[in-house]
Design a protein around this ligand. Structure first.
Ligand SMILES: [Zn+2]
Length: 237
């Protein structure tokens, strides 16, 4: 398989320093969540004031299960992103979650912020975003923005996202070489793009000799080429 070597900007990523703050008001709102009326129900887990006591407890369970799912798949998490759950989509929009998307991630040089709407308040979506946060934390801010193709970022997250619509059986999947940038990935048949990335990463991770995601990300962070290391792993070296 051939991968483009051009540096890429992944679509949903926030290049915080390149835009005036007012353009990124949803990022600022996320960063300042501790100054809002959202409630921190456990460290780095915020819900809005419409959550009942029972719903708060459920959110804690969801958060724990999502972290456990990522840890079972890739190993213990080193990141601890701020998770912001809103009880409806209009509240979540303030933090950058725009329908029909149930959740997103803002990656900043000092940490990650994961706003979710009510449809994203489940283990699949939260585990997906937590996998992004862990990837960003381990590979580093600059490599996250410039060094990783969109299909890789999403393929990693799809290993812990079990939503049924992303199953491949009988589908004609696009090639990774057409899904490098964020804008390529988020155009056309987006469900098929996610499905393709999911199956690419699943088969890559299964190759004998693949040392796992975290070792791979450490190598990428320390300057080894993404493309050649990925292909090395794919061929079992
Ligand atoms: Zn994603």
């Amino acid at each position: 398989m051939k991968f483009s070597k051009r540096r890429i900007l992944s679509g949903s990523l926030i290049v915080f320093f390149l835009y005036p703050a007012y353009v990124q008001s949803h990022v600022l709102a996320s960063v300042a969540i501790n100054l809002s009326d959202y409630i921190e129900i456990q460290p780095n887990l915020y819900v809005d004031d419409l959550f009942t006591g029972e719903e708060q407890e459920q959110a804690i369970v969801t958060h724990t299960e999502a972290r456990q799912r990522v840890a079972r798949t890739y190993g213990e998490l080193a990141s601890n992103p701020v998770v912001i759950i809103s009880s409806n989509s209009s509240r979540a929009e303030r933090y950058g979650v725009k329908q029909p998307v149930p959740g997103t991630i803002h990656v900043l040089p000092w940490g990650q912020y994961i706003p979710l709407n009510d449809e994203g308040n489940n283990v699949d979506v939260l585990a997906h975003e937590l996998a992004h946060a862990e990837t960003a934390h381990r590979v580093g801010y600059i490599e996250w923005i410039l060094g990783l193709p969109a299909w890789f970022i999403e393929g990693v997250a799809m290993q812990v996202d079990y939503r049924e619509r992303y199953n491949a059986s009988g589908k004609n999947l696009p090639s990774m070489s057409t899904l490098t940038t964020g804008s390529e990935f988020h155009s056309g048949n987006i469900t098929l793009n996610y499905t393709a990335a999911k199956y690419e990463l699943a088969s890559w991770l299964k190759v004998n000799g693949n040392q796992g995601l975290y070792v791979f990300l450490d190598k990428t962070r320390s300057g080894e080429s993404f493309c050649s290391t990925y292909q090395e792993y794919a061929s079992g070296n």
